[in-house]
Ligand binder design. Structure first.
Ligand SMILES: Cc1cc2nc3c(=O)[nH]c(=O)nc-3n(C[C@H](O)[C@H](O)[C@H](O)COP(=O)(O)O)c2cc1C
Length: 312
């Protein structure tokens, strides 16, 4: 059993320490452990070139145009049975390096895209996919903030888990963490997260979510989007379910239909619907690209103004 800890904090800072505490618990309970600091790695920003989407849905395998440390990182990620992140909160959400990681996982590491590509390979129409990319991973996330400006971070963690269809075991936010190094209770929590991960990877099928229940019964989200002039209609910012919020005996409830649940981004079916929609749109884009209107408009904006660059 291997547990990987990933920190995006400063070297030997508070995120490193909390992550290592979770790993200490894992090691004491029989796990092999490894620790990675994201800021030690050369990981470029995704440019949105979409080469990975075209390749994976077109049977050309799992690839990215960049040759940096991300492939090494993926190897470490997928050889682990369970992964525990500790990420600083920046601007109420995750630190930029985590967002970059999320983007680089993006379409390329989407488990559904890899399952579709694996099917193509097995039908003789595509390149082989690393079988590790098809497995379910147990993931836990910790976020450390210097204040209580923390409201977007859990959502971003869940969206990372959506991509890989990972099973979230813990998702814990530690606001006002400046004094965390002398706070036994919060280190005990990190320890518990390590223990929970060990238990989870022993039987991932039976493993279950151990943190706050939240409001969305499907994904435990506390973040909702309210479309304009739509009454109590709400969209869960994490799993995308459309439903209604209400207040019952002082408790906020989020209710939705069975059909809405079927479209949830956390479900295989919901993700397949999304992947097929993307494929349809790509096919339509390729048709647009052949038209004069597309070519003329592209040429107009290319020549309209050139980008400014710093003098080097
Ligand atoms: C650019 C920047 C933005 C930050 N924004 C927030 C924030 O919105 N909310 C918050 O609670 N803490 C915020 N912080 C505090 C960090 O979360 C805190 O410094 C970090 O968790 C410390 O981790 P470390 O000791 O592992 O480096 C911010 C810090 C920086 C440097």
């Amino acid at each position: 059993m291997k547990i990987l800890g990933i920190s995006a904090g400063t070297k030997n800072g508070r995120n490193d320490a909390m992550c290592k505490e979770a790993l200490r618990a894992a090691k004491e309970n029989g796990a092999e452990i490894e620790f990675i600091r994201l800021l030690d790695l050369d990981i470029k920003h995704c440019t949105g070139c979409t080469a990975c989407v075209k390749a994976i849905l077109g049977g050309k395998g799992n690839l990215c145009v960049f040759k940096d440390d991300f492939d090494w990182f993926l190897e470490k990620f997928y050889e682990a049975d369970g992964i525990i992140f500790s990420i600083p909160i920046f601007e109420k959400g995750t630190a930029g390096i985590f967002r970059t990681i999320m983007d680089r996982f993006g379409p390329r590491m989407s488990r559904v895209h890899n399952l579709i590509a694996d099917k193509l390979y097995k039908e003789g129409n595509g390149k082989e996919i690393n079988p590790k990319f098809l497995e379910e991973k147990a993931v836990s996330y910790m976020a450390l903030g210097g204040s209580e400006w923390i409201t977007n971070v859990e959502s971003e963690f869940s969206i990372h888990a959506l991509t890989i269809m990972g099973k979230i075991i813990n998702k814990e936010v530690f606001p006002w963490s400046t004094g965390i190094m002398v706070d036994d209770k919060r280190f005990e929590k990190a320890h518990e997260i390590g223990l929970n991960m060990v238990e989870a990877v022993k039987d991932i099928e039976k493993a279950s979510y151990k943190s706050d229940k939240g409001v969305c019964p499907n994904c435990h989200s506390k973040n909702f989007y309210f479309p304009e002039n739509s009454g109590a209609k709400a969209i869960c910012c994490q799993c995308g379910i459309e439903g209604e919020v209400s207040l019952n005996n002082g408790i906020i409830e989020f209710n939705y239909s069975e059909d809405a649940l079927g479209h949830a981004h956390t479900n295989l079916d919901g993700q397949i619907i999304h992947a097929n929609d993307i494929k349809k749109n790509l096919i339509s884009l390729f048709e647009d690209m052949k038209t004069d209107k597309y070519k003329e408009r592209m040429a107009f904006y290319k020549d309209f103004i050139k980008e400014s660059l710093p003098n080097k």
